[in-house]
Design a protein around this ligand. Structure first.
Ligand code: SF4
Length: 214
């Protein structure tokens, strides 16, 4: 039986802003939560985006030989857990990548009441899970998490001693521009998101006929 196709909002090959080493990242479309201040509100609606088979996406994400890990984000990865578990399985046939996954669900809930088929398989495949909802008031500008209530779970020992400080390390972010699209990659340091939105609006105003920012 074929694994379910993924509904992907965006992806990027080769970033150093979302975990240790050079990684590729997948942001899935659709999230059941509505955290105030979510940095990716366009990816909350459960609507069709890019429909792609896990094997096709795995080959794409690992095309750069420098890539040593995958980061799964969104949207809510646990809503598409079966497809993401298959993505990781196929990716690891190509290269033994580490896997970091963000989720708004708490780990305890995922284990007791998984929100979609494939959650147990995905949890087995993930090395580091960053869990919990984003709380803007608890955004302390530190670590690979949006706010300090979110927890870092080393589900395997693979990245536990790699020297990367998931909880308190400095944040970095990258901006990838492709045609009219600009993608902010990483957990943005405080203030960067507003600056990014302002810059994108300014560029659109200069390049859109009529000049009205969207
Ligand atoms: S869980 Fe993440 S993607 Fe979903 S609304 Fe909250 S911050 Fe946004």
């Amino acid at each position: 039986m074929n694994a379910p196709a993924l509904n992907v909002a965006a992806s990027h090959v080769g970033t150093e802003a979302l975990g240790p080493g050079v990684r590729s990242v997948v942001w899935v479309q659709g999230c059941p939560f509505h955290c105030a201040g979510c940095i990716s509100p366009d990816w909350i609606p459960d609507r069709p985006a890019r429909n792609v088979q896990p094997a096709e996406l795995a080959a794409e994400l690992l095309a750069d030989p420098r890539v040593s890990g995958l980061t799964l984000s969104g949207g809510e990865p646990m809503g598409q857990a079966a497809g993401l578990a298959e993505l990781v399985r196929v990716a690891r046939e190509i290269r033994d990548v580490s896997v970091i996954c963000f989720t708004g669900h708490r780990l305890e809930r995922l284990r007791v009441r998984p929100p979609s088929p494939g959650v147990p398989a995905l949890l087995t495949a993930v090395d580091v899970l960053v869990d919990g909802l984003y709380v803007a008031a608890l955004n302390d500008g530190r670590g690979l998490r949006g706010s300090s209530n979110q927890r870092i779970h080393h589900l395997t020992s693979r990245l536990a001693d790699c020297g990367y400080d998931f909880g308190q390390g400095p944040r970095t972010a990258e901006i990838a521009v492709s045609g009219p699209e600009a993608l902010l990659i990483g957990v943005p340091p405080k203030g960067l998101l507003n600056a990014f939105d302002t810059a994108v609006d300014a560029v659109r105003a200069r390049t859109t006929p009529g000049g009205t920012p969207q």
